[in-house]
Design a protein around this ligand. Structure first.
Ligand SMILES: NC(=O)c1ccc[n+]([C@@H]2O[C@H](COP(=O)([O-])OP(=O)(O)OC[C@H]3O[C@@H](n4cnc5c(N)ncnc54)[C@H](OP(=O)(O)O)[C@@H]3O)[C@@H](O)[C@H]2O)c1
Length: 264
């Protein structure tokens, strides 16, 4: 554990559970001050209590649905007045529903795009101009391996994560001259509550259980990359080979992979 994050101000969206809560724990251990956001204020308050018991850091919690863009500006203004300039924003809030494209309904589709894409962009806009002006800061977007390879039953989720990666890659190039770091995190399946919504029937979880990542491990990779010019993190690394092969031989990949992907 380095001192790099000591006294830094870090925002984590979707911090009430899963990898967001774990990122918060590990940042607090490194001595960072935190603004934790999610819809479940009760869970955030419990986490704040846990972290303040163990570490001498300042933790602020805020109830925010990131897709409610009318409220995003107010919450971020409050964060900045309570915490000060933001060093790192982790755009982690997100969800998926695994369903075939022909079964998807428009409310669900808009919901996923509004949280995973529009919400992420709205939060980014709240810190980006100041980071550029200060010539320092880091935006970390939690995308997914689903942003690199689309598989059956995740057309909408995958489309949102492809959008996140498109946005992130452009933002990184734009931000290079102002010394603002931009990183994409692309994990494969992680053992979190994500699948309670994504995989109602539990079939996907069953077939990927053996190589599910632990949230503590993913969070460690994210925290270790903070305030370093890391382009992208792909986890597990072998899974990224799939996207390399897909880019080179898409037809072959889809043909061979179909049977495995259909297990979803
Ligand atoms: N688990 C995986 O296999 C996996 C793999 C690759 C990428 N990811 C990505 O990793 C991120 C975190 O997922 P996770 O696995 O940690 O899932 P999780 O355990 O379900 O946690 C999701 C977090 O996002 C928050 N959230 C959901 N909708 C929100 C909204 N509208 N506004 C604000 N916060 C919201 C939830 O809090 P509230 O419900 O309290 O709002 C929760 O804190 C997501 O972006 C997900 O797409 C997950």
């Amino acid at each position: 554990m380095s001192d790099r994050l000591k006294g830094k101000n870090i925002i984590v969206t979707g911090a009430s559970g899963g990898i967001g809560a774990e990122i918060a724990r590990q940042c607090a251990e490194c001595g960072a001050n935190l603004a934790l956001l999610a819809r479940s204020l009760d869970k955030l308050q419990l986490l704040k209590k846990e972290l303040e018991t163990h570490y001498a850091v300042t933790i602020h919690v805020y109830e925010l649905d990131v897709s409610d863009t009318d409220k995003v500006e107010g919450v971020f203004s409050k964060i900045k007045s309570e915490l000060g300039p933001i060093d790192v924003l982790v755009n982690n809030a997100g969800f998926g529903v695994f369903r075939e494209a022909h079964e998807a309904n428009l409310d669900e589709i808009k919901g996923m795009f509004n949280v995973n894409v529009i919400g992420l962009i709205a939060c980014t806009l709240m810190v980006l101009p100041e980071m550029r002006a200060r010539r320092s800061g880091h935006i970390i977007n939690i995308a997914s391996q689903a942003g690199k390879i689309a598989t059956p039953k995740s057309s909408i989720y995958s489309a949102t994560k492809h959008a996140v990666l498109g946005y992130t890659n452009s933002l990184r190039m734009e931000s290079a001259d102002s010394n603002v770091f931009v990183t994409a995190i692309n994990p494969g399946p992680i053992a979190t509550n994500f699948f309670e919504i994504a995989d109602e029937k539990g079939t996907y979880v069953k077939s990927v259980q053996k190589f599910m990542l632990q949230p503590e491990y993913v969070a460690r990779k994210v925290v270790d990359a903070m305030l370093t010019p890391t382009r992208e993190i792909n986890l597990p690394r072998w899974m990224n080979m799939g996207s390399v092969i897909f880019a080179l031989f898409p037809r072959l990949f889809e043909g061979i992979g179909k049977r495995a992907f259909d297990k979803k």
